[in-house]
Every structure is written in C-alpha cells, then in structure tokens.
Design a protein. Structure first.
Length: 385
C-alpha cells in the first residue's frame, strides 16, 4: 500500500505515523519542504522515499511530487497530513489522483463555519444562533434579534485566529471599520464550559476510539488575552456528549479519520461549536495514549492499511495538558515543577511558536486516576507569584 504523508515532520509528534505505517508493511512516501537531513532519524528510517519541495503552498510542485511517486510506485492508496492547514490541499490532491478520502466539497463543508452549523442543525442537533454577515446593516439586524455580546469569527479560520467578542453597537461599528476583508460569521455569545469529543473512526465510520476533554477556557480568550490554559480527559464520557458527537460524525459522514468536535455546555443545553476532521492539536494525541495505555498512531495506521482496528480502551487515567506562557510570572520555576510533581508528569516539552499563542510556550502532560490530584497539581503549576 502506497501512502503519502504531507509534511510528516510537523507537528513534531506526527513522525510516529510514518513509523506505524512502516511496521505494517506500507510504502511510506514523505512530501515536505524541510531538507531531508533535518528530519529526525526515526522519520528518515520510516520513509521509503522523501520528496522535498521548495514551497508546500505551491500546488504545481505538489502535483509533480505525487506524479513522481505514482511513476515510481504505482497508484497512491492514501494521502494525509493530519494538519488543519493542509486539509484543502490534501483534498485537491486526492481528487486529482483519485485517492480515497475527503474531497474538496466535503472539506469545504467543514471549513466554513456557516455551512458546518447549518449541516449540524439540519441533522437535528442544537447550536448557538449564528449568521454569515457581510455588511454592518446585516450585523446590526442580527444583534437586534439576539442581543449582545456577539462573537465574530472568520467563516474560514482555525484556532480562534482573528476572532473577537463584541459587547456593544459601538464595538460592532469599530469591528466593521477595521475588520479583514474575509467573510465573518456572527454568533450569539454562550456563557458555558468548553468540551470536546475526540477520537478515530474506521473505513465504515464506526468508532475505533473515543474520549472527551474539558477545557478551563475557550481558545479565543487564551489567544486574545495571552492567557495560559489547561484541559484534561474524562474517564467517564457524558451520555449527551457522546450522542451529540455521534450525531455530528453521521451528519458529516466522517470516515477513516481522526475527529475533534467542540461543544459548549450550559446548565440547560449542549451546543455544537465546530467539527474538525483531523487529530486535535498540540500533544492531545499523546494524551490519548497516556490516558488509555494505547497507541493511536498505530491505530490510525491499521485503519489506513486494514480498514479498521480493534482498540480496547478502558480509560485507566485522566490525562491533563498544562500550557504555560513565558511572559507570566509563575510561582514555581521549571525545576520546582519537576521536583514537586514529577511522579505525575509523563511528558514535557517546549511548544512550537506557531502553536504557542493558543496552547502555551511550554507544556506538561500529567496523568492520574484521581482527577482531584490532577487539579491540585494544575493549580500549583499555573499559580502566579
């Protein structure tokens, strides 16, 4: 089986996909813009061939690369980046080379927040009220209907980039005076808690793995106010969250992919926020593994090569991500964190500057079967002087 991995070196933990595919006997073809000697040794060892392009944003160069792979190895069976930034590029290449997987029409339906929400509501789900607006008068009409505050987000956007909270008509006017040219989606502000339903489905759309996470705050606040953040996995999945997540998977016909679906929980309702047909970002894949003593990199490889995977998951631990920002004056320095909470810490590393605004400059992964123990450690690690 010939499998092309786009940008197989980023995020850094994604090198594991190549190794998992190689162990299953796949021909693993890497396509990226990083010089081959700069790839980590484990990745180089797993790749059958690596084709370097000058610019991954040049579709012509990617076409040539995939044409080269086809000439040398025959039909390409799968193509994947696992990366939000390249979803549309992946889809175009699949269509041009007749490779199974999401095509441009399906990706457009989950890239545009307006279409995504419409699809979920049509399937019978619940979501905050929203409207795609292009003019100030249209925005004022929407505000008059639902009231302030409002959330303004690009119709196509990732990670709360260029997303704003608008509290008054004066702020709405200022927003339209300065906003980018991109189409914006206005949404009612929901005071609630952020949860995600995450996992992997097989070739038939059946769950291979599922988990859920609770976030201390929304990504918009983390980015816009330069705050730190944490989130942790749940050992028991709420029934309504699972039902809402499964509804989304059916509505969007997700197949043979990781997924990350976000919801706001209020005392009365569970509201769909958005769906991503990719793994959750940062180190969350590693959190899957630490919380469940499994290998999700290997599970995805089995799904890609064999169509499905039998992955028992008993959720013996909660696993927490704790992201710190360099500029904030924490009470515990690096050595003190390791000394005081080392037995709980299963991994720690510096985060790429590309991802840092949303998830922190430095991250710790902690696990314990006892959520109270984790919460005490999180509070101490993020406490300021």
């Amino acid at each position: 089986m010939n499998i092309v991995l786009i940008s197989p070196h980023f995020p850094p933990n994604h090198f594991n996909f190549a190794g998992a595919l190689q162990r299953l006997g796949a021909t693993v073809l890497g396509l990226g813009d990083t010089p081959y000697p700069d790839l980590r040794p484990e990745l180089r060892a797993a790749l059958t061939e690596y084709y370097r392009v000058d610019n991954l944003s040049s579709y012509e160069q990617l076409l040539r690369a995939c044409g080269h792979f086809t000439h040398r190895y025959g039909k390409l069976d799968r193509l994947e980046s696992h990366n939000e930034h390249w979803l549309e590029t992946d889809a175009r290449l699949r269509e041009d080379f007749n490779i199974p997987g999401p095509r441009p029409a399906q990706v457009d339906g989950i890239k545009r927040k307006s279409r995504m929400k419409r699809t979920y509501l049509k399937a019978g789900g619940d979501a905050a009220r929203g409207k795609l607006v292009r003019t100030l008068s249209g925005a004022r009409d929407f505000a008059a209907e639902i009231g302030y505050p409002l959330i303004a987000k690009p119709d196509i956007g990732v990670g709360a980039a260029a997303t704003f909270k608008i509290n008054t008509e004066a702020e709405l006017q200022s927003f339209f005076d300065l906003k980018p040219l991109a189409a914006y989606f206005l949404e009612e502000f929901i005071q609630g808690e952020l949860y995600s339903f995450d996992g992997l489905v097989d070739h038939d759309g059946e769950l291979v793995f599922a988990t859920a996470h609770h976030f201390n705050r929304g990504i918009m606040e983390v980015v816009n106010e330069n705050l730190d953040m944490y989130y942790y996995s749940l050992r028991e999945l709420p029934e309504d969250l699972v039902a809402a997540g499964l509804l989304a998977l059916r509505a969007f016909a997700v197949r043979e992919r990781f997924f990350h679906i976000e919801f706001f929980r209020t005392p009365e309702r569970l509201l769909f926020l958005e769906l991503n047909m990719r793994p959750p970002g940062g180190l969350t894949l590693d959190m899957f593994n630490y919380a469940n003593d499994v290998d999700l990199y290997g599970a995805w490889a089995q799904v890609a090569v064999q169509g499905t995977c039998d992955l028992p998951a008993t959720r013996p631990y909660h696993c927490a991500y704790v992201g710190r920002k360099w500029r904030r004056p924490y009470g515990l320095d690096f050595d003190a964190v390791l000394q005081d909470y080392g037995p709980l810490i299963v991994h720690h590393e510096a985060i790429s500057p590309v991802l840092a605004p949303a998830i922190g400059d430095y991250a710790y992964l902690l696990r314990s079967p006892d959520l109270a123990v984790l919460k005490e450690a999180i509070s101490a690690i993020l406490a300021l002087r």
